[in-house]
Write a protein that binds this ligand. Structure first.
Ligand SMILES: Cc1cc2nc3c(=O)[nH]c(=O)nc-3n(C[C@H](O)[C@H](O)[C@H](O)COP(=O)(O)OP(=O)(O)OC[C@H]3O[C@@H](n4cnc5c(N)ncnc54)[C@H](O)[C@@H]3O)c2cc1C
Length: 466
């Protein structure tokens, strides 16, 4: 098979946008650094072999949705020579989210530290009977879980895409006309807001060669390609402003509450943000009861959030597994639109940005830096790499969820296991670095025995309770 090695792939990493900490809003796009100021990492890619060359222009790709998935995808595409359009309906969107990100995301995406509100170095997991375990004992001095506000993170990633050459369109994507012939164009229809998201917008359309759907859990792009549905969890969250002394307690501390009262199939949380805490919970199988679970979560944290004022109430679906079809022809789904959230933890920010970058890299590679048309095979090469890199993580999370989230005794067993420092280290290392952690065989054996012991006990207790 003939392949051509091309020059280094310019792109993917850059320094922080200057002065971002002074703005922290998504109003102007003018103060971005120019691409020549950016630091690049080198990546060798193999150019496409057989797709036709495009004459007189570069490959055009529309990214629908400007969350972490869309922002990361658009940046990578633009740096790779693709004419990139990023369509976002709400430029100051504050996505309902806990905002917890793993340490590796800060480095991999060169996030400036000033967009991270809090560095969590303490994590308490609390059992149904209120046994609280500190699970941060093995954290090294430089390690932390980052807490971000989504309006800040998403705005920052979008600005970086623009600084790299992407064109941003403030509009609501409404529908897509598919190509009528091989290598024909996709026509995307949208309501353009021109900064006024309250107005109905002006009907506009754009022609592109390929489309990335990064429009979240209710993805219209997914519907347009008949990507199929996924099971979802409904997450509910309240932003609560605490009195100073209460806020001090949560300065660098996050809490996770487990129990049938807070959720029969997920967990409740208190996460610290810049000047408030986010208190929330979620459920897959008992959606009509979500407010009852939220009340219970607030009740469990009662003494610590006493005197707090609710500033904002929000809810949003969280996908539980990938959609049946994530690539159809020259349309690919990424992030929540594809269904990349780990079950049991609800983590999706890193996976959104990472899938955006991987999908865009596949397009840059397949198109030979925008010089050639891409085909479904090029788009699919991202799926292959994605499934290889993250498939095992998603599988393990599924198994853990099934083992430990099914009853209160099982959750007591989970919290008991978290008391073990080896378990803490394995859990944090896998979360922080998104790599398969190779354990110590003897400790692994002890862990297996402990896990079985805890589960057997949990089972017995469960039977006694019934
Ligand atoms: C309550 C809650 C708490 C969570 N907590 C965490 C957490 O602590 N850590 C974590 O890692 N994950 C968390 N998640 C999951 C995380 O929020 C998602 O996985 C992540 O936001 C996915 O990013 P995305 O870019 O794929 O989609 P989104 O963030 O949903 O972004 C989609 C974007 O597309 C835009 N859009 C949608 N439709 C259109 C359209 N038709 N036209 C134009 N634009 C459109 C939206 O405005 C939005 O900006 C949480 C989720 C919820 C609901």
């Amino acid at each position: 098979m003939a392949s051509v090695t091309v020059k280094s792939f310019v792109g993917l990493h850059q320094t922080s946008l200057e002065n971002y900490n002074r703005r922290h809003s998504v109003t102007g796009l003018s103060k971005c650094v120019v691409p020549s100021q950016l630091k690049y990492r080198r990546l060798n890619v193999v150019a496409a072999k057989s797709n036709p060359k495009i004459a007189g222009r570069n490959l055009r790709v529309a990214v629908v949705g400007g969350g972490p998935a869309g922002g990361a995808a658009a940046e990578t595409l633009a740096k790779g020579g693709i004419e990139t359009f990023l369509i976002e309906r709400k430029m100051d969107n504050a996505k309902p989210c806990g905002g917890a990100i793993p340490l590796c995301m800060v480095a991999e995406f060169d996030l400036p530290l000033d967009i991270i509100d809090r560095r969590v170095t303490k994590l308490k997991v609390i059992s149904p009977s209120n046994v609280s375990v500190d699970v941060h004992k093995t954290l090294k001095p430089h390690e932390y879980v980052g807490m971000v506000r989504r309006e800040v993170l998403d705005g920052y990633l979008r600005e970086r895409a623009v600084a790299s050459g992407a064109t941003i369109i403030n509009g609501l994507f409404t529908k897509m006309d598919k190509p009528q012939e091989k290598n024909g164009t996709y026509v995307l229809h949208y309501n353009a807001f021109n900064g006024e998201s309250v107005s109905a917008g002006e009907r506009m359309s754009i022609e592109v060669d390929a489309v990335i759907g990064a429009d979240g859990a209710n993805s219209r792009v997914a519907k347009s390609i008949d990507a199929g549905d996924y099971e979802y969890l409904i997450a509910f969250q309240e932003r609560i402003k605490l009195p100073d002394d209460k806020m001090q307690y949560y300065e660098n501390l996050a809490e996770m509450y487990t129990g049938d009262d807070v959720s029969p199939d997920f967990y409740g949380w208190v996460f610290p943000k810049c000047d408030h805490v986010a208190v929330g919970t979620g459920t897959i199988g008992h959606k009509p009861d979500i407010k009852k679970f939220q009340d219970a979560t607030r009740l469990r944290a009662r003494d610590k959030i006493l005197g707090g004022k609710i500033m904002r109430v929000e809810a949003h679906p969280i996908p539980q597994h990938p959609r049946p079809r994530r690539v159809v022809d020259r349309v690919a789904l990424i992030g929540d639109a594809a269904g990349y959230v780990t079950k049991g933890s609800g983590e999706g920010i890193y996976f959104a940005a990472k899938s955006g970058r991987m999908c865009a890299e596949a397009i840059v590679e397949g198109s030979d830096y925008g010089r050639r048309m891409v085909d479904e095979g090029d788009m699919r090469s991202y799926l292959k790499k994605w499934d290889k890199a993250y498939g095992p993580t998603f599988k393990v999370m599924n198994i853990l969820e099934r083992l430990f989230y099914r009853s209160n005794p099982a959750r007591e067993a989970l919290v008991e296991l978290f008391g073990n420092e080896y378990v803490q280290k394995m859990t944090f290392d896998s979360y922080m670095y998104k790599k398969v952690v190779h354990g110590n065989p003897l400790e692994d054996l002890k862990l297996a025995v402990n896990t079985i012991g805890s589960l057997v006990r949990a089972n017995a207790l469960s039977k006694m309770a019934n």
